[in-house]
Design a protein around this ligand. Structure first.
Ligand code: SAH
Length: 354
């Protein structure tokens, strides 16, 4: 049993079952035992590898996409370049390196990162030591200015609640106890106004997920883009309109049961992009685009070829594998999706279709 499992079991014994969302928050961000609070989970040694950690090409192309949107919008001054959930800071470092050559872009921007984990904040500080970077507690603290923002594998880390439909309404999936061990259970059925719109596309026995934390975050981002201009790129695994249980735990690059090692495995859920779009009605959004197609439209093949020219042996083999991993439909190319938010009446950023 992990230290956090013992704490949670005691709490549940005292005050009753907790929601899946409460369980996720404790597992990911508990100050002493939370997954992101206590470790740097990325890379070969860690539990999972994100796209920017696989290849510099991801951040370079994402950076050029954001800079392209900035050029299309008439090169506004005093802009915010922001990332939510920046991990090791690798993605922002690649974005800044790739956009150095875009005339006026760096002079126009200030960099803002939103990170919940003090440990990862310190890591980002190291990676981005050469730049003047501001850390914000939440998106509400971002300046009222044109906002060019990226969120890669951020929304999947936000807590979700799960509801099982039955004949008499919805039963929430909760984490309770089976003896001393954590176990899933179901609350009593209740009609739920917030899920009324899911009655039409579900039947008894179906499970739906909601991510209430995503809505206010998306709304803050969209508000700035609607008022001042900018663009937000959201990249994550998920789909338009989610259905079914997508809660998953990763440890050392493999799946484990979500209740098996609380605090010591990463917990995520697929992102419901429709819900993000519904939270941002004052801006336009692009079509939901498979990551592989988005990167191909941005020119990953040509960039990969250029980089390959300087590589031989094992470095070349791993570069070719990284290109494939980011784009191939059987790897990250189609499970991961990208979507852009931009002001109404403007073009979607490069690589996206309206
Ligand atoms: N974007 C990075 C890292 C993705 S992992 C990359 O692509 O490599 C998720 C990141 O979100 C981590 O940095 C984690 O600490 C952060 N995070 C998780 N929940 C958060 C929250 N509620 N607020 C801010 N950051 C959060």
């Amino acid at each position: 049993m992990t230290a956090l499992a013992e704490l949670l079991a005691r709490r549940i014994a005292a005050t009753g079952p907790i929601t899946v969302a409460e369980y996720m928050v404790e597992c990911l961000l508990h100050p002493a035992h939370g997954y992101y609070s206590t470790r740097d989970p990325f890379g070969v040694q860690g539990d999972f590898t994100t796209a920017p950690e696989i290849s510099q090409m991801f951040g370079e192309l994402a950076g050029l996409c954001l800079a392209g949107a900035w050029l299309d919008q008439g090169r506004p001054d005093g802009i915010t370049l922001a990332e939510i959930g920046p991990g090791r800071g690798t993605l922002m470092a690649d974005i800044l390196r790739a956009t150095r050559g875009v005339p006026g872009f760096h002079a126009a921007l200030s960099v803002h990162l939103i990170e919940a984990s003090p440990l990862l904040r310190a890591r980002q500080q190291e990676t981005l030591a050469r730049f003047d970077v501001h850390w914000a507690e939440s998106v509400t603290a971002l300046p009222e200015a044109p906002l060019y923002l990226i969120a890669n594998e951020f929304f999947d880390a936000l807590p979700i609640r799960q509801f099982l439909r039955d004949a008499n309404g919805w039963r929430e999936r909760v984490v309770g106890l089976d003896g001393a061990a954590l176990a899933f259970g179901l609350s009593a059925p209740a009609p739920l106004a917030a899920l009324a719109h899911r009655l039409a596309d579900t039947k008894p026995g179906d499970l739906v997920e909601t991510c209430t934390a995503a809505q206010p975050i998306m709304a803050e981002i969209a508000g700035r883009i609607a008022r001042h201009g900018g663009a937000a790129l959201v990249i994550d695994y998920g789909d338009w309109h989610s259905l079914g249980d997508t809660l998953q735990a990763l440890s050392q690059h493999g799946h484990i049961a979500p209740l098996a090692r609380p605090g010591e495995s990463d917990l995520t859920a697929h992102v419901d992009f429709e819900a993000l779009a519904l939270a941002a009605p004052e801006v336009a959004h692009s079509r939901l685009t498979p990551q592989g197609i988005w990167l191909e439209r941005l020119g990953i093949a040509a960039r990969a070829e250029t980089l390959a020219q300087n590589l031989t042996g094992a470095a070349l083999t791993s570069h070719l594998a990284a290109h494939r991993r980011l784009t191939h439909p059987s790897e990250m190319g189609s499970v991961f999706k990208a979507m852009a938010f931009h002001p109404k009446g403007t073009l979607p950023p490069p690589g996206f279709a309206a």
